[in-house]
Each structure stands twice: as C-alpha cells, then as structure tokens.
Design a protein around this ligand. Structure first.
Ligand SMILES: Nc1ncnc2c1ncn2[C@@H]1O[C@H](COP(=O)(O)OP(=O)(O)OP(=O)(O)O)[C@@H](O)[C@H]1O
Ligand SMILES: [Mg+2]
Length: 379
C-alpha cells in the first residue's frame, strides 16, 4: 500500500536540480517543500511551499525539517548538525547527514577512498600554502580546497613550486595531476532495502575556461572493460557508504585504461540530465524512488544522447533572453530545459539541452549546431 502524497518531502536547495526533482515528483503526486536563501530560486513557483532561508544556518534548516517527513538535498553545502538532530528525532534524512559530511570535505572523501582501497589519484593533505613546499618532488598538482568549492571554483592547477601565486592558503588536498584520456561519470542509487542500480557511464568534455561540463556523451565511447570497472567502483562506493539516494561518481580513465575515482556528489548531477529523455528512468525519478524506498527503475539508455549546458554568454549581465531558440527548436530530438533564472551572467548555468538521435555522432552534430545558435544574453 502506498500513497505518495502522504509523505511530506523537503529539499535543501531550490536550484535547477531541485526544480527537476519536483518536475519528476509531480508524476507521483508528491508534495515537495523547498528551502533556499534566494527568494527568486528556480523552485520558487513550483514548490508546494517555498521557504527563504540559509542552508548553513542551524535554526533555518532545523525548523524547515521539523515540518516534514523526508528531507533531501540538491547541494552539499548544508548544515549537517541540524540534519543530524532531525535524524535523531526520527525524520528520514537522505542522503544520511554523516555521508553528506564526508563528501562536503574533499580531504575526508580522499581518506574514505584510501581506507576502502578505492583507486584515486595520489594526494597529500595540507593546512596552508606554506606546506606545499614540502612536496616539491611531486609536481604538477591540482590543489583543491577541502570545503566550499563547486563548479571548479575551489580547484587550481599548480605546475611547479616556483609559481604558487594561484595557490590557496587554506586547508586543501594536493592531488597529483592525472594525464587522463577521458572523464566519466556514473550515477548510482541505493534504497533502504539495499537495492543498488547504476546508470550507464557517460563521458564529459570540459570547457577549460569555465571549468564546466561542455558536452556530455551517452553512452560513453569506452571499451566494455572500462565501463564494467566504472560501474563496479560506483556500486562498491554506494555500498561502502551505505548511502540512501542518488550518488554521482566522477572518474578519470588514464591512457592505460586504468580507472580512478575523482570525487563524489551525493545528489542528482549535471552528468545525469540526459536521463530525463534518454533513459527508461531519469536520475530525478530514481532519487525519489530511492528515498521513498520504492523499487529502483530500469536505467537502460533508450537512445544515444549528447547534453550541453546553456551558460550565460560572456559579456552579458542582466535580464536573460534566449537568442536562436526558434532555430534550435526546428531540429528533431532537441529537448530544451530553461531553469527559470531571471538574470544571466557569464558562465551561469541557465539551462541545458539534450539532443537525442539514432547515433552518438548525429547527436553530437546537432549539439554543435545548438551550441553555435543558442545564446543566453541579456535584454
Ligand atoms: N588530479 C587531477 N588531474 C587532472 N585533472 C584534474 C585533477 N583533478 C581535477 N581535475 C580537473 O578539474 C576538474 C574539476 O575538479 P573537481 O571535479 O575535483 O572539482 P569541482 O570543483 O568539485 O568540480 P565540479 O563541481 O565541476 O564537479 C575535473 O573535472 C578535471 O577536469
Ligand atoms: Mg568535479
């Protein structure tokens, strides 16, 4: 027996990920509440109830959660102390707060990989910039802030010990540079019964200037062995964490087809957006199934797909308008998602487009056309 609308669900964060979760939840008649500091957040008009408040403030998170049955997140930077108290008081909090805490800190993530023999690039943990000098023999590095980074913002490449102007003077992970061939992402989900399912791996191509995903290819054009290894690692991580909900596992594939885990995100992820149109179950539906302890859906890809992020165009800031949208909509298999953000600025994630086609090449050709034609500019 199941009446989905009986459980009051809340999301910490009201951005595009929350918005797509709500869109999916409507199919199950779920009522979803949202907390976000921005009164114009993308979820504002589609949440059952929208509360404006800080996600890192104990009282704001605790009093929001108190009214609900199940609390989930669409961003990791939340007050886990408040979530732990809610959990102790019998609320269902997924992913579990201690897992959010581990993943919030890139240093703790690395230690988790190390403890569990999960292959990951070699690293050192440092407290400040001064300590970088101890590791002169191991350059080049990627330095990553332990906490608070997102979309590449807490990450910087350090090529040699003489050029540390870019370096952060804060607790961070010094990670040895991996000369990777491909970056992959595997989205995995686990419910309370312990059922685990992965989505097929996708390959991500980054825009080096923005440090954001530029193209995402599904299925990832990789050997079967690499696919299997990536799937197996994602399952192992989900099981070792004992996570309930969805988890994105970012991976590097080296030139020798070695698979290394880069980092985790315990929520729906940019690399799973194509699943709305290109898989039997979307990552958003899968997350809802997992947190409601329902059977997980079939994740098979139903069509090759390429996804592109719609980023705010350089040189424009203000009320957003979408140039070239009519032209793009004439192409078959074009699925446009606008996130409802009123104002644009350079590289802001304003939406995404998924292109489905009979082959990956055809989807990529269309994606390149869309990228050239569709621009987010200001009025
Ligand atoms: N050790 C490494 N060797 C080579 N490239 C790396 C390494 N670590 C990170 N990168 C590059 O930098 C990107 C961003 O790093 P990472 O995923 O750790 O940061 P992030 O800010 O959490 O990113 P996002 O929020 O976009 O996922 C990676 O996707 C990869 O392209
Ligand atoms: Mg990343």
């Amino acid at each position: 027996m199941f009446n989905p609308s009986q459980k009051k669900i809340g999301i910490l964060g009201g951005g595009q990920l929350g918005r797509m979760l709500i869109q999916s939840g409507i199919d199950f008649n779920l009522s979803i509440h949202v907390l976000d500091p921005d009164k114009q957040a993308p979820c504002k008009h589609i949440a059952k109830e929208f509360t404006q408040g800080s996600l890192t403030d104990f009282d704001a998170v605790y009093s929001f959660g108190k009214k609900l049955d199940i609390i989930t997140i669409e961003i990791e930077n939340v007050h886990t102390g408040a979530l732990k108290k809610l959990e102790q008081e019998g609320k269902e909090v997924y992913p579990q707060p201690h897992i959010i805490e581990t993943i919030q800190d890139k240093g703790l993530q690395k230690l988790f990989f190390q403890r569990n023999n999960i292959p990951t690039p070699d690293f050192f943990l440092i407290e400040n910039k001064e300590q970088i000098h101890k590791y002169q023999d191991f350059f080049p590095f990627f330095q990553k802030l332990r906490k608070g980074g997102y979309d590449g913002k807490g990450v910087t490449k350090l090529s040699d010990a003489q050029h540390l102007e870019q370096a952060f003077d804060a607790p961070s992970v010094l990670e040895r540079l991996v000369d990777f061939k491909t970056e992959l992402s595997v989205v995995v989900s686990r419910n309370k019964k312990g059922e685990v399912k992965t989505f097929p791996a996708v390959a991500c191509a980054f825009n080096p200037e923005a440090n954001l995903v530029e193209f995402l290819f599904a299925p990832a054009p990789i050997p079967k062995k690499v696919e299997q290894k990536a799937q197996q690692l994602a399952i192992e991580i989900a099981e070792k964490l004992g996570i309930i909900g969805i988890l994105a596992v970012e991976l590097f594939v080296t030139k020798n087809n070695e698979v290394l885990v880069n980092e985790l995100a315990p929520r729906p992820h940019n690399s799973g957006h194509h699943s709305i149109e290109a898989n039997n179950t979307s990552q958003f539906e899968q997350h809802l199934r997992a947190i409601l302890n329902l059977p997980l859906g079939d994740t098979a890809l139903t069509s090759p797909a390429v996804m592109i992020n719609l980023l705010g165009e350089k040189g424009y800031e203000g009320k957003a308008v979408y140039q070239g949208i009519e032209e793009v909509m004439k192409l078959s298999g074009t699925h446009i998602h606008l996130y409802g953000k009123e104002t644009t600025k350079p590289f802001r994630k304003m939406g995404h487009v998924t292109l489905t086609a009979t082959s990956l090449q055809e989807a990529e050709d269309k994606a390149r056309k869309v990228k050239a034609a569709l621009k987010v500019i200001s009025e």
